[in-house]
Design a protein around this ligand. Structure first.
Ligand code: PEP
Ligand code: MN
Length: 263
């Protein structure tokens, strides 16, 4: 169902007034995790001001250590809904477990399936059946074929509103958090009609790498970007080292306009 052979034109996904898969590069921005009302609203207003199209923020966080901050859960979802109310930005947030799909779908505009859950097939079916658009991240060590087959699980429920997100894969190269597979962008475009976005924040884990790789993603033909932004990265409860300040994010948005005009 997701193969390019079955559909010539790229699938477009409408979320509020935003169209993903259309001519415009769509930017999803916000903190890694929802931490507090002040932190989220400050970030949401700043990214809106800078030109972001959607707000991200994790309420349920898939942390490597069980002792790390796990997210605010329902309280985080409520804050996201409040931030949408204030800024008008639709909300993207991760759902970790089949038991939470209904709850998260009540608050979010787009359900995110994270890298660690890319092959959680029951979760894929549940988010598919929610009827909401789904942002499907590539698994930490997934091939493009495995990723597209995961998307197929969602599509098989009758829900074709799927946004693929390349977020770096684990390779022998360990100087950055992951290795961004930029070639996945044109490859996925050849193999599938689904839109594909790039997350240079998780791909690199390094704030200084985000802008150059965001440029590369747009130049390679990505339909959008996901960027982590935090008002005070040094104090972030998760992923501070890869988070941009609002000022850095605003500069990135300006740079992207230049790249988009050049390609
Ligand atoms: C995230 O986007 O919040 C996240 C946890 O990313 P990933 O699943 O790509 O690691
Ligand atoms: Mn993160």
């Amino acid at each position: 169902l997701v193969a390019r052979e079955v559909k010539e034109e790229t699938t477009t996904i409408r979320v509020g007034d935003v169209v993903i898969g259309g001519p415009e590069v769509v930017v999803i921005a916000g903190p890694c995790a929802v931490e507090s009302e002040v932190q989220l609203l400050t970030t949401a207003k700043a990214v809106k001001e800078a030109g972001a199209h959607l707000l991200r923020g994790g309420a349920f966080k898939p942390r490597t250590s069980p002792y790390s901050f796990q997210g605010l859960g329902l309280e985080g979802l409520k804050l996201l809904a409040q931030a949408r109310e204030v800024t008008g930005l639709p909300v993207v947030t991760e759902v970790l477990d089949t038991r939470d799909v209904e709850l998260v779908a009540r608050y979010a505009d787009v359900l995110q399936v994270g890298a660690r859950n890319m092959q959680n097939f029951r979760l894929l079916q549940e988010v598919g059946q929610s009827g909401k658009p789904v942002l499907l991240k590539r698994g930490l060590a997934a091939t493009v074929e495995e990723w597209l087959l995961a998307a197929e699980y969602i599509a098989a429920t009758g829900n074709q509103q799927i946004i693929l997100c390349e977020r770096g894969i684990r390779t022998y190269e360990n100087s950055l958090r992951n290795t961004l597979d930029i070639s996945a962008v044109p490859l996925v475009k050849e193999l599938s009609h689904l839109p594909i976005i790039v997350d240079p924040s998780h791909a690199t884990g390094n704030q200084r790498m985000v802008l150059p790789l965001a440029r590369a993603a747009v130049a390679a033909g990505a339909d959008g970007l996901m960027i982590e932004v935090h008002p005070d990265p040094a104090r972030a409860l998760s992923d501070g080292p890869q988070s941009l300040t609002p000022a850095q994010f605003s500069r990135l948005m300006g740079e992207l306009r230049r790249v988009a005009l050049a390609v």
